[in-house]
Design a protein around this ligand. Structure first.
Ligand code: NAG
Ligand code: NAG
Ligand code: NAG
Length: 384
């Protein structure tokens, strides 16, 4: 994964332009098929929070940062220097891109060199601390919330028109691009469960009213992406928040226990998300779109419950962090303690899975069965 792949893609673009010019006399449908075949390697457009941020937060004034050691210590493409990813290696989105044959990782939207042929790998808009709601993550001072991530995709959308021409850009997006959305955890961790710091109304809001709010905003956001030619979606549900080292530490639960309320809220949200995606797949509002649900909740819970089976030594301790029984209070940074066997920990830091866990999660989402990815896995979705 490096420069040569990007420049060979640029060469491919020039070559396809010639081929395409030669077939303009055929019908539109035929032309569209020719164009779709040219974009062999595919692309991911990535929306979400710190679980998939690839460095956007390096470019905004925020307290939610990971561009410091030892984050990224196992990230081969940077030689182990931090990139802004909130884990020791690749994020789940990086790994999924690799598995689907993407030529290079989707670069962060805010990086100054994310332009030209580089955007044919897709673009990453995710931002640590971000939520579905604008007010989520205020504690970090700044973050790119989901509405703005969609605004940013609208900018990329126009760049793709310039790069490929309107017809080919549309075919590229509809046929060869996966739109992944990994968001919602912060709407609980850094909003609903943190009422004093969140927007005033939250304090008195019932979970049901809050969930209505989340789902209706997410529906609008997915619909806006659709109007910009997104068709192949994968939406992750919220993981078992009550099992992360941070929650286990502050609530002082036993090693084999999780905190009930955050898990209950996640499950309530996940049930509503599942209904939304079923409706969008079956309803007539967004014809031609496919929405896959990545069941991250059950996947992470499986890793936590049966961690020895997957080769882990612990599913409760953070590898990098400090404080309390699980090193779950202080985020990972240069002064944190760090474990030796990083691939033996489910959690890299108080909040985020390790690369070893991300590899397993990605495997189930790309090639797994309907228990973890439905109504089809990403390999199938990509091939449609
Ligand atoms: C953009 O710059 C970063 C940092 O120098 C580098 O790692 C990355 O490979 C560059 N990306 C492209 C597409 O040139
Ligand atoms: C959220 O922010 C966007 C701009 O990013 C704005 O258009 C929208 O109205 C805001 N929504 C709410 C509920 O404040
Ligand atoms: C994208 O930007 C254009 C031009 O500013 C605007 O007219 C359009 O409504 C935007 N689309 C979405 C989905 O935000």
């Amino acid at each position: 994964m490096g420069y040569w792949t990007v420049s060979s893609m640029a060469a491919a673009v020039v070559a396809t332009a010639v081929v395409f010019a030669a077939v303009t006399t055929t019908t539109t449908t035929r032309g569209a098929e020719v164009a779709a075949d040219e974009f062999r390697s595919g692309a991911s457009f990535i929306f979400g929070d710190s679980l998939v941020d690839a460095g956007n937060n390096n470019f905004i004034p925020t307290l939610s940062r990971a561009n410091m050691t030892p984050n990224g210590i196992d990230f081969a493409a940077s030689g182990g220097t931090p990139t802004g990813r909130f884990t020791n290696g690749r994020t789940i989105a990086d790994i999924i891109g690799e598995m689907l044959g993407q030529a290079d990782y989707s670069p962060p939207f805010l990086a100054p060199n994310t332009s030209g042929a580089a955007i044919l790998n897709g673009v990453n808009y995710a931002s640590g601390g971000a939520g579905i709601l604008n007010g989520t993550g205020k504690v970090f001072v700044n973050r790119i919330w989901m509405d703005v991530q969609v605004d940013y995709f609208n900018v990329t959308r126009r760049q793709l028109d310039d790069l490929l021409g309107r017809d080919r850009a549309r075919v590229f997006l509809r046929r060869k691009a996966i739109f992944s959305v990994t968001i919602g955890s912060n709407d609980f961790l850094n909003n609903y469960l943190m009422p004093l710091l969140s927007v005033g109304t939250r304090v008195s809001e019932s979970p049901d009213a809050f969930l209505d709010d989340l789902i209706s905003h997410l529906r609008d956001q997915l619909t806006r992406l659709y109007t910009l030619d997104a068709r192949k979606f994968v939406v992750a549900n919220v993981g078992p928040l009550g099992c992360i080292p941070y929650q286990k530490t502050i609530n002082r639960v036993e090693e084999d226990e999780c905190v009930k309320l955050p898990n209950q809220l996640a499950q309530q949200y996940n049930a509503r998300l599942r209904d939304l995606l079923i409706e969008l797949n079956n309803g007539g509002d967004l014809p031609g779109a496919r929405f896959c649900l990545a069941n991250v909740y059950d996947l992470v819970l499986e890793l936590i419950t049966n961690y020895p089976k997957y080769g882990f030594q612990t599913a409760s301790m953070a590898c990098c962090g400090n404080g309390g029984s699980y090193d779950g209070l202080v985020p990972c940074g240069p002064t944190s303690s760090m474990c030796d066997a990083r691939d033996k920990y489910v959690f890299w830091d108080p909040y985020h899975p390790s690369e070893a866990a991300n590899v397993l999660l990605a495997k189930y989402i790309v090639d797994g069965d309907s228990k973890y990815i439905s109504p089809m896995n990403l390999r199938k979705l990509f091939s449609l």
